[in-house]
Design a protein around this ligand. Sequence first.
Ligand code: CA
Length: 456
Amino acid sequence: METLVIDRARRSFVEVAPSSHFPLQNLPYGVFRRADHSDPRPGVRIGDFVLDLRVAEERGLLADASLSRGIFASSSLNAFMALGRQNWVAARRVIADLLDARTATLRDDSSLRAAALLPVDRVTMCLPCEIGDYTDFYSSREHATNVGMMFRGKENALMPNWLWLPVGYHGRSSSIVISGTPIKRPKGQSMADGAERPVFGPSRTLDIELEVGALIGPGNSLGAPLSVDRAMEHVFGLVLVNDWSARDIQKWEYVPLGPFLGKNFATTVSPWVVTLDALEPFRCPAPQQEPAPLEYLRPAAGSDGGFTYDIPLAVTLAPAATTQVSPGSKSMDRPAEPLNAASGTFVENSAATICRSNFKYLYWTIAQQIAHHTCNGCNLRPGDLLASGTISGPSPDSFGSLLELTWRGERPLRLPGGVERKFLQDGDTITLTGCCETAGLRVGFGECSGTIRPAN
Ligand code: CA
């Protein structure tokens, strides 16, 4: 697979802080709205700025990439994503050159720069593409084992099919939202242990799922499966995904057809699509699989299908502001907006990191997910989202859901300030982050964040 890795010695004329996720070597794509409320349009992130690709195209700055005319006139990235890898590489080369410290075009033209480069705090991020279909896998062996142990016991933790195929289900794309969108606590049916009939009401066990999603570029025709060796050529890039889950609703409804209303009320994605080109320096061998998978899931030696990426991931929880009764006294949880901090009545609790995991822990790779998804002839289309499933690692602090972190609520998390959590409370904010790092090079995803609002 042809990728364009930008030499790490290259710098942009746009100042990029050493801690930034977005140096010249990243150049992720997103869709944003300008402060003047014009149409959403595609952009590329560099440091704390966004390059407006529609303006860049209109001013002829991308001519050398020889892309289809008006490809960035769209309010989504779907058309560009559909062009495929050769065009993505051409665009990346031209955009990297345009932003390079040695290129005068934008660097020395302040009016062009003002039109094409916008401070990121002056724009509003939108979904990067129209997501037609959303599939959610279940590809972390540690996650599947933990959940299996909780619900079926240690002996039967993994279902008999799990080591033979990447288990997945069709999710719902209509409720996928961009980072920062408030999440309303869902209502639904649940059945308490030992109860005789179910009840309807707000979920009491609202949870997160730390996932990474692959956005599909060129798809496949109906009836034409994609091979595990060539599957990665169909991936435009990756985003962080929080697959919010109402465990009480899920537990009662999932038999026998799987997740439904406990999952489809909201799924949050991060705004910047990190390309496989940017992730190339962090490529690493996929985990050994035993038993060896069936042939259609077995990558040839050295093919792109046999690799994954070393992407450290973290989850922070900022609990709802708490009421401070008097200095030194015990604070009470307050499930609502904080009052004016200046009044001193309420305090914001600081965010605590509750999980550190890594994309590389996944047992089934994206290439295997795609090969399996299409093996029956099912067609993927540009903009489809394939989420990994909760990414849990081997140690208890690497579990990617509260269900596992608190072991069904039996071991509450103890957060700074004496706050405890089993599941999410109204006002809590969850933020996922992901950032690769090696020898001074940082390539990150930014944040995928959401705050819980009360049920109606
Ligand atoms: Ca999930």
